[in-house]
Design a protein around this ligand. Structure first.
Ligand code: ARG
Length: 575
């Protein structure tokens, strides 16, 4: 409990200097407790033994005694086995909640604003978006919302794969299919694989494709027009998926590989000027200290291939320069799967050696694990191919619709459809965001759509339940703003503790780029609310208690709704 640590520190300050311990010796001992049932904040005194030449429990006893009554109204303190344990007082908790109650930001502070580029989603043109893009899109979008809420200027960049050698075969395939046919009719589900199959089996087609790459690289207008058709068709698809998912990305955020094409020669020159480029089988490469391939040979980062073509890494170098020089950012986040860790580590290292980024620039690869099927393998369609993201989203809403119809038959068709969308899409997003991103997770419909457990429907239901408490009695939500919060029942106090943890959880989710830290706290809040509501009557309580409990309910609903919104998830009023 960060707020309590902050409140205790000045009190300890004077006690510790009295007993002759320097701040640097105790300052980082004081921390939120890992077991909140036991204490909110704890300080182990064992390391002070050496300084004071006393047993740890003697030291903690002495500190306790010196603290005396100074912690009154703030916390209870005890000394056990050399530990000082601090437990927040209910009065102090209610003061903080009182602050939150009249604060639109629910005690979340803004930070000094930075320009943060978040590279996310980044699918490839001429292909369907598949489940692999789910994580980048969902995590990136949550970070976009959370960091914006903390006061930063987030610049989302969708680095789509819209350039490079595969476009030779894709354009030739487009010509074979009949270019004058409406590009709307291009079937992206098989377009890429059909082109690839022809390329691998038909030598006439593959040599045409190679020639087409050269024409594309020299910006031949006719070729660029065909390329544009493929890009436009793909954007229609991407935007359809984004809209269905409710993510913030629009065409304004596009910063695909093609955007950097014209500056790639300059990147090569800059690397050459720095003396970083070497020749390897006709290709221009950079060798970095310490990078070895599986055979233990030096592993180069390829900048320009022998045929003059550039690489994925080269566009990423150009991208870094653009984000620093033109966008004006010094914080670059890349929400990309863990399998590209080596790519980013090498690209960042080259960018530093080449002087593209100085020490003050934070370029961070934010990796994530895989989406697994229930068979324990990477999630795949029945035919073994990648699962189309769009199909997954449609199925989620259909499944949610059936669940909502069963749970609440009284909803109108229109309302049920709206709720189903919030639930279905919310369930998919939350299943992703509630797991530590560095782990794999298993995609399970029943689990993610369940009204029990750490799921979106569980949190959404807690929120909707609170909304119904107010609507049932026709109570205005704002009427609680001047309520006095009185915490008496242990479950009221537990709910208060959970709510107090919200700003801290959001901050740590932001600083570690880990949305699950926010999700976990929201789940703790929803659970604490469930336990509270089980035994603490609200509408039937006595005057003062009723007002106080309504205020607790209102704060809980606002925190859940705001927190879910920061994860990109809607909260229906009824469900
Ligand atoms: N298009 C790439 C892929 O699908 C991801 C791009 C990620 N961003 C980047 N700046 N490299 O693998």
């Amino acid at each position: 409990m960060r707020d309590l640590v902050d409140a205790i520190r000045p009190l300890l300050n004077s006690v510790m200097s009295d007993i002759g311990v320097q701040e640097s010796d105790w300052d980082n001992l004081l921390a939120s407790s890992t077991d909140s049932a036991f204490a909110d904040v704890a300080m182990p005194c064992h390391s002070l033994s050496k300084v004071l030449r006393k047993a740890p429990n003697t030291i903690s006893d002495e500190i306790l005694e010196s603290l005396g009554s100074t912690t009154e109204g703030l916390c209870q303190v005890s000394s056990i086995n050399g530990f000082l344990n601090f437990s927040a007082d209910s009065d102090w908790l209610s003061d903080l909640l009182q602050e939150a109650l009249i604060d639109d930001r629910l005690r979340v502070l803004t930070e000094e604003s930075r320009v943060i580029v978040i590279d996310y989603s980044s699918p490839n043109v001429a292909k369907h978006m598949h489940v692999g893009h789910l994580r980048s899109t969902v995590i990136g979008d949550a970070l976009n919302r959370m960091l914006t809420h903390k006061g930063h200027r987030v610049v989302p960049e969708n680095h789509i794969g819209d350039w490079g050698t595969p476009f030779g075969m894709l354009i030739e395939h487009l010509i074979d299919m009949g270019i004058d046919s409406d590009s709307q009719n291009i079937d992206l589900s098989t377009f890429y694989s059909d082109a690839r199959a022809k390329f691998d089996s038909d030598s006439e087609f593959s040599s045409r494709s190679r020639a087409r790459v050269v024409r594309m690289q020299s910006s031949e207008p006719e070729t660029i027009e065909l390329w544009q058709m493929l890009v436009d068709r793909s954007l229609i698809h991407f935007n359809e998926v984004y809209q269905r998912m409710g993510v913030l990305l629009t065409n304004d955020d596009l910063a695909g590989e093609s955007k950097y094409e014209s500056v790639l020669p300059r990147i090569v020159d800059k690397l050459a000027e720095r003396g970083l480029l070497e020749e390897s089988d006709g290709a221009k490469v950079v060798y970095l200290d310490g990078w070895k391939n599986r055979e233990g040979e030096p592993l180069p980062l390829i900048i320009q291939k022998a045929d003059g073509g550039y690489n994925y890494a080269t566009s990423d170098l150009a991208c870094i320069l653009d984000r620093i020089e033109n966008v004006g950012s010094r914080d670059l986040l890349y929400i990309v799967g863990a399998e590209q860790a080596q790519h980013f580590a090498m690209v960042f290292e080259v960018a530093r050696s080449a002087g593209f980024m100085d020490e003050g620039v934070n370029a961070i690869h934010v990796p994530f694990g895989l989406v697994m099927g229930t068979d324990g393998k990477k999630l795949a369609s029945r035919t073994g191919g990648a699962v189309h993201l769009n199909d997954l989203l449609i199925e989620a809403v259909e499944r949610a619709d059936a669940i909502v119809a069963e749970k609440n038959p009284l909803l109108s068709n229109k309302e049920r459809a709206e709720v189903a969308k919030m639930l279905g899409i919310g369930a998919i997003k939350y299943a992703d965001l509630s797991t530590d991103r560095s782990n794999n997770y298993t995609f399970q419909w029943e689990k993610m759509l369940s009204f029990d457990g750490n799921t979106a429907p569980y949190l959404q239901y807690a929120h909707a339940r609170i909304c119904s408490i107010f609507s049932k009695d026709g109570i205005d939500r704002d009427s609680t703003l001047d309520a006095e919060i009185i915490l008496v029942h242990e479950r009221e106090i537990a709910l208060a503790r959970a709510l107090i943890g919200y700003p801290e959880a959001l901050d740590s989710a932001c600083s570690s780029h880990s949305p699950h830290k926010l999700a976990t706290q929201l789940h703790v809040i929803a659970q604490a609310f469930g336990s509270f509501y089980e035994v603490c009557p609200v509408l039937n309580a006595e005057d003062k208690t009723k007002i106080s409990r309504l205020a607790l309910c209102d704060l809980t609903a606002r925190t859940l709704q705001t927190g879910l919104e920061l994860l990109g998830i809607d909260s229906p009023q009824r469900m």
